[in-house]
Write a new protein. Structure first.
Length: 209
């Protein structure tokens, strides 16, 4: 979401306008308005997808893994775009971001693979879905190379905001309730949520390296 706000602000108040002393007082408000709009659009779209997938899936654990895989695939697509753009601007920064994203993706892969493995008993299926959720990242880079170099920051802003909504919906609707079903006394779930937030935040901070 922070990335979406930043990209929207760049769209409404480019750096050259700020340097030229132009009035950008409305840029932050517009960025917040559009980022919020697309954030909730991501939630609504994921809710509709949720209803659809519920109709065709029988295994609750497998369902959670598949929904996580779909959400993470959407999440990884703009990350691939971000890595591509950063590398164009500065190859050294691109390498640092690629390493940060790689660390960031390890727990994401576990989130996808584990529910599917425990639901189906198949390590291969768990691995396959985790792999498919991650492969969208290089696809995002290829897409950026092919198309987005001429479209500006607004396309990135929209994608980042939609994906933020998608990930929040999946976490609140599927991941946390599923975890609590296996930890009814909540000895580990809440603590693990905060530990997970800290791990993910630490990996994202590497973007500033």
């Amino acid at each position: 979401m922070v990335k979406a706000l930043d990209e929207f602000r760049k769209h409404y108040c480019p750096e050259q306008d700020e340097e030229a002393g132009k009035d950008c007082s409305n840029a932050d408000a517009k960025a917040l308005q559009y980022a919020t709009l697309y954030f909730f659009a991501g939630i609504v779209c994921t809710y509709i997808l949720d209803l659809f997938v519920h109709r065709i899936m029988d295994h609750a654990h497998c369902f959670g893994g598949l929904m996580s895989g779909i959400a993470i695939a959407l999440h990884n697509f703009p990350e691939g775009l971000a890595t591509f753009v950063a590398t164009l601007a500065d190859p050294t920064a691109g390498v640092a971001i690629a390493v940060a994203i790689a660390l960031h993706n390890i727990p994401e892969g576990v989130v996808v693979a584990m529910p599917i493995y425990y639901s189906t008993g198949s390590r291969l299926k768990g691995f396959m879905w985790a792999f498919l959720s991650g492969v969208s990242e290089p696809i995002g880079g290829i897409f950026g190379w092919a198309v987005l170099t001429n479209m500006g920051e607004i396309a990135y802003a929209v994608l980042f905001a939609i994906v933020a909504g998608t990930m929040v919906y999946i976490s609140v609707s599927e991941l946390i309730p599923t975890a609590l079903r296996f930890d009814t006394a909540d000895k580990y779930v809440t603590k693990s949520c905060f530990v997970g937030m800290a791990v993910m935040a630490a990996s994202l901070l590497m973007f500033t390296v």
